[in-house]
Write a protein that binds this ligand. Sequence first.
Ligand SMILES: [Zn+2]
Length: 108
Amino acid sequence: MTNTEYYRKKLRDRRAELETMIAKIEDLLDDPLPASFSEQAMELEDDEVLEIRGRHEHEELKAIDAALSRIDNDVFGTCISCQNGISDERLEAVPYATLCRNCMSVQI
Ligand SMILES: [Zn+2]
């Protein structure tokens, strides 16, 4: 039996962390461009890196929201492909995992 309350808390904590990171990234992206051209070029490169990071964080946030709704629907910890349970070990590492280890390796 999966301890869903434990994972709910874990997912919520991670979600809060991500929201803080995303807010920081958006702050940095909002910075006005520096005046000189060489500095501008650097700033633009940084922005690209930040935007990519921001995208990753948004993806994870979506996965976490999906996991939280799976908890509400009582299907958390069940592989969406084979319907077997996902091991605690795997959920501990990736609490928003939707596939068990077997199905995961089939996908890759
Ligand atoms: Zn599976």
